[in-house]
Design a protein around this ligand. Sequence first.
Ligand code: FAD
Ligand code: SIN
Length: 525
Amino acid sequence: MRFEVDFLVVGSGIAGLSYALKVAPYGKVCILTKGDAAEGSTRYAQGGIAAVMYDSDSFDKHIQDTLVAGDGICNREVVEMTIREAPDRIRELVQYGVNFDLDRKGDKFDLHREGGHSEFRILHHKDNTGEEIERGLLEAARRHPNIEIKERQFAIDIITQHHLGQRVTKHTPNIECYGVYALDCDTNRIDTYLSRVTLLATGGMGNVYSTTTTPVISTGDGVAMVHRARGVLADLEFMQFHPTSLYNPAEKPAFLITEAMRGAGAILKDRDGKEFMQKYDSRLSLAPRDIVARAIDNEMKLSGKDYLYLDARGIGKKHLIEGFPTIYAKCLSIGIDITRDMIPIRPAAHYQCGGIKVDRNGESSIHNLYAAGECSCTGLHGGNRLASNSLLEAVVYAHNAAQATISTYLQIDLSTHRQVPDWNAEGMVLNEEMVLITQTKKELQEIMWNYVGIVRSDLRLQRAFDRLNLIFRETEDLYNRSVLTEPLSELRNLIACAYLIIKMARARRENVGLHYSLDLIEKKV
Ligand code: FAD
Ligand code: SIN
């Protein structure tokens, strides 16, 4: 089937929904989402969203913290713009119906602190902030008459001049986006969505790794689509590993233990119950994430252990149960009483700092294609994202993209779009051997975890690249013979993302932010 809309949004997390709500008064909006609308990283966000709301803090301090965490390679202009816009975007979230916790008096927001922040500035809703944001935005979007949310619709590819038979390379000037092809996961039909403006808000790619806090939908689809469409991507070597996911090996995704717990006083300890962060950084357990994750990784390697501990007992029973109810209940469900026991933790792949390169308006290198949220690369995070700056970036760039598209979308003529042919699946057969896909995915995730993880080396990257090559060839062969399915498409996307991470990691010849190679240690200035 063919559909035509003004604004096409791929993804229904904080970025996609925020954008949709802003453009909806101006035209018809269609949101495609590959699972249930509420599923995505947004709903699992625990700690909260960073913003300077009161005079006790300052924009300058938040800017400085972001630049320091980013290890000197953030785009300063972007950092300043994002942080100064934050209070307005927070007020809008509240207007959409999102609740943040208030302090005891009830007249100000209750603020938490996380690693790398010099002040208490994290707005939150207990320890389930993302669930509250997703609820508020989704309810607002569902109420809007101009927004249609289509669940279980898997965007496969961005439509460009390539689909009109023209040769498109990364050097082609003026690549244009006409919409996307999407697989209806219930009927297996591939539909053509034509749009004046398309926004990718497809989230992260944590499932490139075997241990990740991100949900199963985080397979880097947006990044892979832009790669295939010859758009510009950046900074993919900067994969952020969260220092403290709950050690519970059978569980996927790994359950997160929020950094706000360390902000409230929880301390990292080794398996003998001794503190170790003093060996690595004067900010101890509250140093930026790249430093803490590397310290934990090193301690685990030195001791040969699979996990270390987070000791939250000093926070006090009342505060733990009332302030961190989700974590308290989760740990209790596997026999850990966090008011009495230390929490076993290990790092897990958590957030992709790089992605689809966009300008200040959220526009990618492909005309009429915008990106916001975790799939994008704005320059805010540099080499390492400051905690709780991700939800913030998503709302700021959704706003900027909405402003830019509202003023231009009517000038975009749909006559070329209408020449786009439907997807051609002739001659394809249904691949019935799911094991080919599931096993390859596992192999890929292990390769990335073992060779392209927290600590890298030239040899490890080369090994990963060689092994990936084989997996790539086998999967492309399968793709060329098979009817397209969601698992096969996700696997191809994960392979493309892994390839891009390795390629960019090999090109980065200094240790900066989250990219840390044993072969580059001396070159650190
Ligand atoms: P998501 O919320 O991940 O949504 C992606 C959407 O895209 C989904 O709707 C998905 O179905 C859809 N999609 C993807 N591919 C396709 C496709 N091919 N076709 C159709 N639809 C598609 N950040 C903070 O700032 N503060 C925090 O406290 C915080 N805590 C976190 C805790 C956890 C456990 C995790 C995993 C992340 C956390 N983060 C936090 C990071 C933050 O939650 C995410 O970066 C952010 O929510 C991403 O929002 P998004 O809208 O870009 O993507
Ligand atoms: C956390 O709550 O520790 C996650 C915060 C983030 O990823 O920004």
